[in-house]
Design a protein around this ligand. Structure first.
Ligand SMILES: O=C(O)CCC(=O)C(=O)O
Length: 409
């Protein structure tokens, strides 16, 4: 693949234009329906599932048996920022991850509206994007694993809203003008039966366009300092690909270069009302990831890589790995106890609520699902670690650059 990359300028051009931005790429793959004002409210299967779940477990303290809540250090390690294991064999819950970041007192929906309100953003009512959502039913039935339940087989293309950040916040966030936190129950009360699937501003690359945000939420926080070797790995890759171009005077140029752009593009923001869902998937490019809650709580359900066979990865998805299983309602009632036992034994799901100030670190290949329980602001970063997934970074960079070059990018 290396031979497709002719020179450094090409790579620089590719990443300077932030061509890593996934949305135009996904738009070309999926039939994405743009939302408009006259759309009728609609419930996606996964949001319907959230409504049913939270109706039964409104305070999220009574817990269903089929989603074991992480309690011990057997399945998720609870730790503080200064005591972090580096083998990344299990997910981590870092209890003091971001409680002292300026973002926790500075950021609010009102602040984002005032500061970056003119940015054009894309919000979705199904996330992540799946080709599967827009598949003709006939094609889909041949591609779906037989054990998937019928509720997963609905033809419901993702709707995407392209708007200014200001108008997204005004129309979709209840606390757009104050700093109150709205829970899911508040949200439902305000909607008075007009419940529509919430639009999620998922994966906003705010750090690429507004790098000053890193002063409020550090790119490499204390808890990630021994885990996130992305920048060093990118510099090593740069030296390997372009030997003899490493003079001192080029250092500054490199700071502004593709290395910087790739590194920054791995940090994103997720903003939304309560009830937004990220469906079950694991991160592309063998990446590890962390998600830090600045505002609101999020419920995560995680599964180890060994659950992959059981989770029936969708064959329709090529660039990403996604599962049709809905962790809140993973099997049909008719399928009964036996299926439930099998699910718990083979899937080994772990649920964890991440509170404001906390972060979850999700190692490479771990499946994850998330639903916001309140209005929420999350910082998300994918990262690479020299001893575990460095190869994934090299492949990701080379593949993106080669693919874009081939496509005339
Ligand atoms: O906070 C979320 O909605 C989850 C996002 C996520 O899973 C991811 O970016 O990999």
């Amino acid at each position: 693949m290396v031979h497709l990359i002719t020179n450094k300028r090409h790579i620089q051009k590719v990443f300077d234009r932030q061509s890593l931005h996934i949305l135009p790429f996904l738009a070309s793959l999926c039939t994405i329906t743009m939302a408009n004002r006259n759309d009728k409210p609609r419930l996606t299967p996964e949001f319907q599932s959230v409504l049913t779940f939270l109706y039964k477990h409104p305070d999220v303290t009574t817990w269903p048996d089929h989603i074991p809540l992480a309690t011990s250090n057997d399945n998720i390690l609870r730790c503080t920022s200064n005591v972090i294991p580096t083998d990344l064999s299990l997910p981590l819950l870092i209890t003091d991850a971001c409680s002292n970041w300026p973002a926790t007192h500075k950021w609010s929906f009102k602040y984002f509206k005032q500061t970056y309100g003119n940015d054009i953003v894309l919000a979705n009512d199904r996330a992540p994007a799946r080709r599967h959502d827009a598949m003709p039913l006939t094609t889909m039935t041949t591609m779906m694993p037989p054990s998937s339940t019928s509720k997963h087989q609905q033809l419901l293309p993702q709707r995407t809203l392209s708007t200014t950040l200001s108008s997204y916040i005004t129309q979709h966030i209840a606390s757009d003008n104050d700093d109150t936190q709205f829970s899911f129950a508040d949200y439902c009360t305000r909607k008075r039966g007009e419940i529509d699937t919430p639009f999620y501003l998922n994966g906003w690359r705010a750090f690429s366009s507004h790098p000053e945000l890193f002063t409020d939420a550090p790119c490499i926080p204390t808890f990630a300092s021994n885990l996130d070797n992305t920048l060093i790995l990118l510099e090593a890759l740069d030296r390997t690909l372009f030997p003899g171009q490493q003079q001192q005077h080029q250092q500054q140029e490199r700071q502004q270069s593709w290395i910087h752009n790739v590194n920054t593009s791995l940090s994103k923001l997720f903003l939304g009302p309560p009830g937004t869902v990220t469906r079950l998937h694991y991160d592309a490019g063998s990446a590890h990831g962390w998600l830090a809650q600045i505002k609101g709580r999020k419920l995560f359900v995680l599964y180890p890589p060994s659950a992959t066979v059981y989770l029936n990865p969708l064959k329709t998805e090529i660039e990403t790995v996604q599962s049709p299983i809905d962790p809140l309602h993973p099997w049909n009632k008719e399928e009964g106890e036996e299926e439930g036992e099998r699910y718990k034994k083979e899937g080994k799901p772990i649920a964890v609520i991440v509170n404001p100030g906390e972060a979850v670190v999700i190692p490479e290949g771990w499946w994850h699902y998330a639903v916001s329980l309140d209005e929420s602001i999350t910082v998300q970063r994918n990262f690479y670690h020299a001893n575990t997934n460095a190869k994934g970074l090299v492949q990701m960079v080379l593949k993106t650059a080669a693919g874009l070059k081939k496509g005339g990018g």
